[in-house]
Write a protein that binds this ligand. Structure first.
Ligand code: SF4
Length: 300
């Protein structure tokens, strides 16, 4: 079979999964498949539309869009993370600086909004770092947001000589082109499904068309790999956000694990928004009661 284009690779890939019969996808057998994805990601960077902001800047020439990520990614840190969901840990987590959202209550604001300086490692070097880790269950790409760094992440995976599950830990604002590049690469999508409507998303994360983009990507992810949905319950956002997100998940991704998170703290610019400038009341309890009623497979 001639493997000439991306579509052909996608058709061919499932055979490799069968041969391996393992959890992690057979990246090391499909270097050419990754080469094609890398080529496409490089092209997208010339008029960046890795996410639905679609800034159109030429990041190959050093121009920067909303996320502020330039030609080379900046890494804030990487380490064996023990604070993720119990089934993920120890998770070798790589934190990138920069984000395509501007969440007013972000707990990682110094990373996401680029108040910190990071460092750069050649993709080959980061692949080597990953290979040397012992007792890790997966490699977890997060930020900030991993999406602006998609080309770099593909290059890391190309150099990675270790068959280990890949976790895509993201706000899910990728374009369909980016989803296509992730297809066949990611083992577990770990999403952050924040809002049940566009108005709250625009107000609190400065992002447009939130619900249609993020729900579309959840459907694509659900078809492609394992899906774990995180929903951080916000004060005074039960009816507008928690409820519709949980109902959507029950209807569209019924086998996904949902993490209903209660750790909201008013941080960063939360004091400028009266309804979230407080700790949770009974919203989390109401969310778990609803999840029970909906029959969701959830943790909290
Ligand atoms: S990844 Fe960054 S530069 Fe590219 S479209 Fe999104 S926000 Fe804009």
């Amino acid at each position: 079979m001639m493997l000439e284009d991306h579509e052909n690779y996608k058709m061919f890939l499932p055979r490799y999964y069968k041969i391996l019969d393992g959890k992690a996808k057979a990246r090391f057998l499909v270097t050419k498949f990754l080469d094609e994805k890398i080529k496409q990601a490089r092209k997208i960077l010339e008029r960046c539309e890795l996410c639905e902001r679609r800034c159109g800047v030429n990041r190959k020439k050093g121009e920067k869009g909303f996320c502020g990520v330039g030609t080379e990614p900046e890494i804030s840190s990487y380490f064996r993370h023990m604070g993720e969901e119990p089934f993920f840990v120890p998770s070798f987590t790589i934190f990138f600086i920069g984000c395509n959202f501007h969440c007013q209550y972000c707990q990682n604001w110094s990373i996401s909004q680029r108040y910190e300086k990071g460092f750069f490692l050649e993709p080959k070097e980061l692949a080597r770092v990953i290979e040397l880790q012992r007792n890790i269950r997966n490699v977890n790409f997060v930020g900030g947001e991993p999406t602006p760094n998609l080309l770099y992440i593909l290059e890391v995976l190309k150099h990675l000589n270790r068959n280990i599950p890949i976790v895509w830990n993201s706000n899910f604002y990728m374009t369909e082109k980016s989803m296509d590049l992730l297809d066949g690469i990611v083992d577990v999508y770990l999403s952050d499904f924040k809002y049940g409507n566009d108005k709250c998303a625009e107000r609190l994360s400065k992002v447009k068309n939130y619900f249609s983009v993020v729900s579309r990507n959840h459907k694509l992810a659900y078809k492609d790999a394992e899906l774990v949905i995180r929903h951080l319950v916000l004060p005074n956002h039960f009816d507008c956000c928690a409820k519709p997100v949980l109902e959507w998940a029950a209807e569209n991704t019924p086998k996904a694990i949902v993490n209903i998170m209660s750790q909201y703290r008013p941080q960063y610019k939360a004091k400028e928004y009266q309804e979230i400038n407080k700790f949770l009341g009974d919203e989390h309890k109401r969310a778990t009661e609803l999840a029970d009623k909906l029959g969701l497979n959830y943790v909290c």
